[in-house]
Design a protein around this ligand. Structure first.
Ligand SMILES: Cc1cc2nc3c(=O)[nH]c(=O)nc-3n(C[C@H](O)[C@H](O)[C@H](O)COP(=O)(O)OP(=O)(O)OC[C@H]3O[C@@H](n4cnc5c(N)ncnc54)[C@H](O)[C@@H]3O)c2cc1C
Length: 811
């Protein structure tokens, strides 16, 4: 964990110190009228999404939830290895590992030959060796919710769900520039309800299987009819059955099956108890099943073992059904070229599974993990909105695969054990076949089988996969221990990939060159990244690793490498004080007392050649590339597909100066008006005028060359928000300039219209060299005036904020 970059804030909990506001935000009294992302529903999908977006103070997120507070009693409890890896990215895996039950072994029980008893027919390791550094665990969903609430609460925004609220109506205007209008019903303490109107840029329906958001999009759940009823019972039982503390599948001769899932805490266990087949159109609710009926069935299945329930913590009955919607957003496939999605559904709102393969809650959280960083990237202006199409494309395909798997495994759970002479009609299953299927499908149940197909975010070029055979393109980055070069700390490489919305480029060095030699392949790639790729996509006023975080892994011993000689991108200067980040480089060698990760061998990385791995913010591998110059164009082409170049540097810097000004005013209790009306001299203009002039000068440069339309923006901004909006509009406009439209402009005459009359330049060349370029000083005059006003008032800004942090590189 890294902190203190911008100054030591004291010795308190660093997570709690992330919040920089003065007043604790209030999420309960009323909703703001304008929101960036409205999350509907605080189940596992909604809470993960909230926790992801809560990392970004400049994204206004709200979660609405009908419940009055925290979840008291959850249904789900199985957490796959991959899900625990995600918890690590959000910073709370340790708590889960400590509290949860670890599923280490699974046993299988079938009827004895005479059909009168039960015998253990198999015992397998639950999760295949080396599948993940995290175990498969069991933890009550309500406790998991608490951990998500904490993750949000101690984020930079202190986000929490806005309770007692539910979505009533949602209107998506045809005009894409207009916000989505949402009507929310809030129930007050006296039971009286009132309506709140919210305008949102994006809405995400995480509102479960009866999703109101799904209904408002007119999407239908399609799939199998649920004709199998199950009872679920969390209880303290007295039994002489020996495998109570192991995950166990029991198939009895004639009474159905039970799945035992031991629960956290050492005593409690969950039992999934097969009830009866339902007729078409029959619902389990119509059967008036009681807890006694469920327990009686369990007793019969457990026979001859004793099964005495001493205490019931929770029980319920449910039907199994596998259902799925065609897409997970508001844009049908046929309209994808015309518009970008703005409303999404995630989790049970778009797919439902049976409980026994432990998929539902896990897949739901993975949905919103896929979506969260994409929304943040688009809202931050670093990615193009077309990126959002990939959410439905990727997740719908995954849900389909998981639903097919779930259907198969549910059928096997419900089938009777096959006896000699039974036909192969699908109603019976050979215990050996069941166990074999269970073992083979372990990767699904561990959640590591997700494989994104080639598309915008997953390269179809697999020609370099042999450079890192076990970092498979399309799958999640499989962590492995490495040693941190700077301080010899053994770390899991995957655990440096926090859920902070950043891309990662991992450079695996080769053993044929000295990595500190500027002509080595590693150093050349670092140069390209530092001087070309990163500045292209990183806002000028942000740290160089804030969009793409470059990491290095070296095959050499850390003792043979002088860290200060490594390329700058692996040791970047960051933050307010330009302090170096020492935690980006790792080596593959024995640690002091914690073993040897052996990452090159275990992940099949070619030591003689090295390689480059491009990893998405949700930790999936987009590309495996050679550590050679030819990879540079490949990387640029890949990122150009969905990222937004941030080349309009000084307007970006101006935006950063304004942000610092507003923050300073808030901290010092100054009114924004006071700051905005300040003049350096009585006859000089205040801040809004300086910003407007920067914008006008920049626009005019291009419209005079007729490469963009002349767009008049009223010079009427009076607040920081409006000024930021003005800068954004100007940047948007300048981004529409196409490189090719500038071709030949140097020969063409330029007409300049001004209030003092029209002036003609005989060529673009003369316009630039004799008027525009010297007059760039006009832009800088206003930018500098804005800087000086803020600096004079005490705002803590410096030359780096004016020029951009990528201007100087310490050598
Ligand atoms: C008995 C049982 C056991 C299970 N065990 C497992 C397991 O071990 N592992 C596993 O992975 N999955 C399991 N599941 C499935 C799992 O519970 C779900 O897949 C998971 O909860 C889905 O999460 P979600 O966030 O999509 O939806 P939900 O958990 O259903 O959350 C939806 C939220 O939206 C809110 N909401 C509803 N309507 C509105 C509205 N109009 N406006 C605002 N908010 C609204 C609801 O109050 C709720 O909080 C089990 C399910 C059952 C029934």
């Amino acid at each position: 964990m890294q902190f203190h970059l911008n100054g030591c804030k004291g010795s308190g909990d660093p997570l709690k110190l992330q919040f920089e506001g003065k007043v604790e935000p209030d999420f309960q009294t009323s909703l703001p009228e304008d929101i960036d992302v409205l999350v509907v529903g605080a189940g596992p999908a909604g809470q993960l999404l909230g926790a992801q977006l809560a990392q970004f103070p400049n994204i206004k997120t709200r979660i609405i939830e009908p419940k009055p507070g925290r979840l008291e009693q959850g249904q789900a409890d199985g957490l796959q290895c991959r899900t625990v890896e995600i918890f690590e990215a959000f910073g709370f895996s340790e708590r889960v590992l400590k509290e949860a039950y670890w599923v280490n072994e699974t046993t299988f029980w079938s009827p004895t030959e005479d059909g009168k008893g039960l015998r253990r027919t198999g015992r397998i390791r639950d999760t295949e060796e080396g599948l993940s550094e995290m175990p498969h665990v069991i933890l009550n969903q309500a406790r998991l919710h608490d951990l998500w609430l904490d993750a949000m609460k101690w984020s930079p925004t202190r986000l929490e769900p806005s309770y007692n609220r539910q979505l009533k109506e949602l209107t998506i205007p045809d005009d894409q520039t207009k916000p989505i209008v949402v009507t929310v019903e809030k129930v007050g303490p006296n039971g009286v309800s009132q309506l709140e109107m919210v305008r949102a840029k994006y809405v995400v329906g995480c509102d479960g299987s009866r999703s109101a958001v799904r209904r408002s999009l007119g999407l239908e759940m399609k799939g199998d009819f649920a004709n199998q009823a199950w009872g679920v019972l969390d209880a303290l039982v007295e039994t002489d059955f020996p495998d109570l503390r192991l995950k166990t599948a029991i198939h009895s001769a004639n009474e159905g099956s039970v799945l035992i899932i031991p629960r956290e805490g050492g005593y409690l266990a969950r039992f999934y108890i097969e009830l009866e087949k339902l007729q078409r159109d029959e619902r389990i609710s119509s059967k008036n099943v009681t807890s006694k009926m469920v327990i009686d069935r369990a007793k019969r299945i457990f026979k001859p073992y004793k099964f005495e329930v001493r205490h019931i913590a929770y029980w319920s009955v449910y039907e199994v059904g596998q259902r799925l919607t065609d897409h997970f957003d508001d844009v049908p496939k046929s309209e994808r070229e015309q518009r970008n999605p703005r409303v999404f559904i995630a989790g049970d709102a778009c797919h439902t599974h049976s409980a026994k393969a432990g998929q539902g809650m896990n897949v739901s959280m993975n949905d919103s993990y896929n979506l969260g960083w994409k929304l943040a990237a688009v809202l931050h202006g670093v990615a193009q909105p077309q990126l959002l199409h990939t959410y439905s494309e990727e997740r719908q395909a995954i849900a389909k695969v998981l639903i097919d798997f779930d259907r198969e495994i549910s059928k096997m759970f419900a089938a009777k054990p096959k006896n000699k002479g039974d036909s192969n009609d699908g109603d019976t299953v050979d215990p050996a076949v069941f166990q074999d299927y269970f073992t083979r499908q372990g990767r699904f149940m561990a959640g590591v089988e997700t494989r994104y197909l080639p598309g915008l975010l997953t390269t179809s070029d697999t020609s370099h996969q042999d450079l890192a055979t076990d970092f498979e393109i399309g799958t999640r980055f499989h962590s492995c221990p490495v040693l941190r070069l700077a301080d010899a700390k053994p770390v899991q490489l995957g655990h440096v990939m926090d859920a902070d919305g950043r891309w990662r480029i991992v450079l695996f060095g080769d053993n044929m060159h000295d990595p500190t030699d500027p002509s080595s392949p590693l150093a050349k790639s670092c140069d390209f990244l530092r001087n070309k790729l990163l500045p292209k996509y990183t806002p000028a006023n942000a740290d160089i690793d804030s969009v793409i975080d470059v990491r290095g892994v070296l095959p050499q011993s850390r003792k043979s490498v002088n860290i200060s000689d490594l390329p700058e991108v692996l040791l970047p200067h960051k933050g307010k004080y330009g302090i170096q980040d020492y935690e980006k480089v790792f080596t593959d060698e024995e640690s002091y007392g914690f073993g040897f990760g052996d990452i090159y061998r275990k992940r099949g990385v070619n030591k003689e050649k090295g390689c480059i791995i491009v990893v998405r913010p949700d930790q999936y591998i987009s590309a495996v590339l050679p550590l050679e110059e030819k990879a540079h164009d490949m990387m640029e082409e890949f990122f150009d597909g969905f990222m937004r170049p941030q080349e309009i540097k000084y307007l970006g810097n101006l935006s950063g100066l304004l942000t610092a000004g507003a923050k300073y005013a808030d901290e010092k209790g100054m009114s924004h008006e006071e700051l905005l009306s300040f003049r350096l001299a009585p006859d000089m203009r205040p801040l809004p005028y300086q910003v407007q002039s920067c914008s006008n000068t920049a626009k005019a440069f291009f419209s005079r060359m007729e490469v963009i339309e002349e767009v008049k923006l009223e010079d009427d901004e009076t607040t920081f928000e409006q000024l930021q909006d003005r800068i954004n509009k100007t940047i948007e406009l300048l981004r529409t300039v196409k490189e090719e439209s500038m071709e030949g402009k140097e020969q063409e005459p330029i007409l300049m219209k001004t209030g003092m009359g029209n002036f003609k330049f005989e060529s673009g060349q003369r316009y630039w060299s004799e008027y525009a370029l010297p007059n760039v000083t006009q832009f800088h005059f206003h930018l500098c005036s804005a800087y000086c006003i803020l600096r004079h008032l005490g705002v803590p800004i410096g030359a780096f904020d004016y020029l951009g942090k990528d201007t100087f590189v310490k050598v």
